[in-house]
Design a binder for this molecule. Sequence first.
Ligand code: FAD
Length: 383
Amino acid sequence: MTNYDYIIVGSGASGLLMAYRMSLDSFFDDATILLVDKERKTKNDRTWCFWEAHNGEWDSILTTSWNTIKFKSDIYRTKKSITPYQYKMIKSSDFYKKIWCQIEKKENITFLKEEVIGIHQNNNKANIITVNNKLEAKVVLNSVLFTNDYQQQNKYPVLQQHFVGYFIKTKYDLFEDSAATFMDFTIPQKGNTRFMYVLPYAKNEALFEYTLFSSDLLEYREYKIAIEAYLKEKKIKDYEIIEKERGSIPMTCYEFWKANSENIINIGTAGGWSKASTGFTFKNIDRNSKRLIEHMKAKKPLQTFHKKNKFWLYDLLLLDILSEKNYLGATIFGHMFKNNQPQKILKFLDEETSLLEDLQIQLKMPPYQFVRALFRRGLRRFF
Ligand SMILES: Cc1cc2nc3c(=O)[nH]c(=O)nc-3n(C[C@H](O)[C@H](O)[C@H](O)COP(=O)(O)OP(=O)(O)OC[C@H]3O[C@@H](n4cnc5c(N)ncnc54)[C@H](O)[C@@H]3O)c2cc1C
């Protein structure tokens, strides 16, 4: 049994960011820290987008950023500045490179390339079983979903934000690279919440991502057909596909954090850090990793890290509505954008609005649906 002070399971976005922040903080200089992953990622396996006001920590590795966004639906279309926010794009390959470059400077942080089979809470320690090893740590930061418990329960609805994206390069300059299309709902909804996400990062290069908020994934060819139809409709003909990406992010208010124990804390998507109503995760990982470092330094119990807030309930109501009437997404987001400045919406999705601001936004979305969902949720507590 090999002992460590900290073991980080999974060296994706959240695991690496925790290791990075620990490597920069002298508090952890004497601690033994192990990162375990079945692979050491270097390739661009995903592209992260997020928004923040003004400059930020990741600006040196941004692929690009936009200060104008477009929104389109049958109810409302707009193209607006989001200043002081910027919508930012990072290639994961640039992120991995920057993080590893820092981590490798630290002798107390090591990497083990092995598949982890299980993690168990023991007496004042956590045990990790890998294919070839048994490891032990005072603190385990785990970013791997070992069970599908969240899919097996029926207390909270579970949707997926699922998508396929094509990075295309056109022969001629076709794109307005100063504006990102946040959501384009003017595509066939087919009874679901479906939209196209378009990120032009050069005048002849853009990411087209066909995205759904729904419970079931599609056959791969359905995403492909939808992207090709969209490109055709936009009269984009002479192009080559330079990269593709595919993903599925759980959208649920399931309380992942209830599995945190004395010596194990779940982080990233496995810790419930994906925003339930949108699937956006990168910004939460960024913020929560800073908070978790302070929490560990203050030696606070790991079980007290997660704080449930009012936004959890708002997300739950939206998911209740969309899981029952999956076609309502375009209407709900359409009203949201029609009646609110995009900056207010971004602040709301960032969970930084006051109660008064929340009400201003919510009362302008179809209120009947939300009141009904609240009422039904309330009833479920008693029956
Ligand atoms: C294609 C794609 C695009 C996305 N785009 C955005 C975006 O634009 N904005 C946004 O906010 N979010 C986005 N997300 C969601 C989210 O930000 C990412 O999924 C993010 O990588 C989640 O970080 P994580 O640490 O939870 O998981 P991951 O980054 O997936 O890390 C988990 C790690 O665990 C390892 N692992 C898994 N099983 C084992 C095992 N048994 N043993 C050892 N290691 C294991 C994996 O190899 C991986 O390195 C996207 C997701 C995908 C898939």
